[in-house]
Write a protein that binds this ligand. Structure first.
Ligand SMILES: *Cc1c(COP(=O)(O)O)cnc(C)c1O
Length: 460
């Protein structure tokens, strides 16, 4: 064995303690460091020919790279939709690497069973029935793509072909109808050989990102045969929700696969005041929920639910003699794009075990309260204008006068040390979004962001 490996192996208790102390130090100041540091990037260095051991790697990471990382784990990183990692989720993630399981097969231990138990807990959390089979994937883009892959196979079933066997070309024309689909839907369609242009944009309600159910019905009538409907349960700009119950009702008249992108909107189910937004979710054929957002587990984690695991297996089966037979409960290798995969469920298992439904409801409701408070602050700040009511956890706003993309970027830059908000464009208007999904964010953070905004608005 290489001498550096022996030294690190023998010194492991000690070294891991050093890493743990270092991590504790990072977390202790994550809420006070600059959210996005304005520091020059380090120059790339050549591959070390000789190693210097774990301690040196840690020191060098701390010196060269940590100063330029963002405080995305902290409470005022409000860009995109970004969660942190709860204490238990962090512990679960450490132990995932400690155990380094490959949960693709049932031949070597119970990792897959832990994943199935966790999926059962998530079902309860989101109010889903046992009809929804779930698997862990790396993020919502993958979850949407897997859902669409199963939809593709369903379309094949309707048309008497199997795209999994004969290729997407065997399907003929495919229509995927959606109001304000997330960009990952088009990406998924591209990956699946259906093409980005399969996505047909259905008109939304006036001034909204939610699909107009009457327009959707018309598009279904014109589609002349089975198609796919992507329901948006929580859009990234204004967290708008399609009327899921109305769309479910359309299934009595039109044949379509109902996919719901509930990447973070599914968490509305945790709040009694907002649960109605996802009424009917269980009726979906496939559902995407991100976990590295509002569940606050580390990247990369999401869950994919479907009522048709048989079609899922048809798409993703990875039959090989050495992997064992498919059986009634197919191994995970037959259900997702990956074969080898980490015990990704463990971080989710830990946080759900540690804080339960109650704890995660508290995180959800606190984030919503923070978003409302910031929405009120924006509303009462001269020079700023809300672009949509705060429906859940995102505040979408712009400059009251002359909101050019340049001025919006300048406004975001002014805030960057105190808070990270991401620019967007809503109905042609450049805007900023503040998305609340970190377990640590408090009303006090919200006040700080509001104060920073009030100060920044005069400087752009
Ligand atoms: C974040 C998000 C996605 C993509 O999620 P990734 O985890 O970045 O792949 C898809 N849909 C919606 C609605 C999202 O908010």
């Amino acid at each position: 064995m290489h001498p550096r490996l022996t030294t690190d192996r023998d010194g492991l208790p000690h070294l891991l303690e050093a890493v743990q102390q270092h991590a504790t130090g990072v977390l202790a100041q994550v809420s006070e460091r600059e959210v996005v540091p304005a520091v020059a990037l380090p120059e790339p260095e050549p591959l070390p020919a000789q190693g210097a051991g774990l301690q040196t790697a840690l020191d060098e990471f701390a010196a060269r790279w940590e100063p330029v990382l963002s405080a995305s784990a902290g409470p005022r990183y409000l860009g995109f939709v970004t969660g942190g990692a709860t204490p238990a989720a962090l512990a679960g993630d450490w132990l995932t690497s400690t155990w380094d399981q490959n949960v693709m097969s049932s031949l070597d231990g119970a990792g897959q069973h832990l994943e199935r138990e966790t999926v059962g807990w998530l079902r309860t959390l989101f109010g889903l029935s046992g009809q929804q089979h779930g698997t862990f994937v790396s993020g919502a883009t993958m979850s949407n793509t897997v859902g669409l892959a199963i939809a593709r196979e369903w379309l094949g079933e309707q048309r008497g072909v199997s795209p999994a066997e004969h290729g997407a070309g065997a399907l003929g024309t495919v229509r995927v109808l959606s109001g304000a689909a997330h960009s990952s839907i088009a990406k998924g369609l591209s990956m699946l050989g259906l093409g980005r242009r399969a996505l047909v944009r259905v008109p939304t309600l006036p001034g909204r990102e939610a699909v107009d159910p009457a327009a959707l019905e018309q598009a279904l009538a014109e589609a002349d045969g089975p198609c796919v409907v992507v329901v948006n349960a929580g859009t990234v700009n204004t967290v708008d929700f399609d009327d899921l119950s109305a769309i479910v009702a359309l299934r009595e008249r039109y044949p379509f696969w109902l996919h719901v992108d509930a990447a973070f909107g599914a968490f509305a189910a945790l709040s009694p005041e907002h649960a109605h937004l996802v009424d009917g979710l269980d009726q979906a054929d496939s559902i995407c929920v991100d976990l590295h957002k509002w569940l606050n587990v580390p990247y990369d984690s999401a869950v994919q639910f479907t009522r048709r695991p048989d079609l899922q297996t048809r798409v993703f089966q990875n039959a090989a003699a050495y992997l064992g037979p498919l059986g009634d409960t197919p191994d995970m290798a037959h259900l997702t794009p990956e074969n080898s995969r980490r015990l990704r469920a463990l971080a989710a298992w830990f946080t759900l075990r540690a804080y339960g439904q109650d704890g995660h409801r508290e995180i959800t409701e606190r984030c919503v309260a923070c978003a409302r408070a910031l929405g009120d602050a924006v509303d009462s700040t001269p020079g700023l204008r809300l672009l949509a009511p705060v429906r859940l956890n995102v505040v979408c706003f712009t400059l009251a006068d002359n909101p050019t993309a340049e001025r919006i970027t300048a406004l975001a830059d002014q805030l960057a040390a105190e808070a990270f908000l991401t620019p967007t464009v809503l109905d042609g208007v450049p805007a900023l979004r503040a998305a609340f999904s970190n377990w640590q964010t408090t009303e006090d953070d919200t006040r700080r962001v509001a104060a920073a905004l009030r100060a920044a608005v005069h400087k752009v």
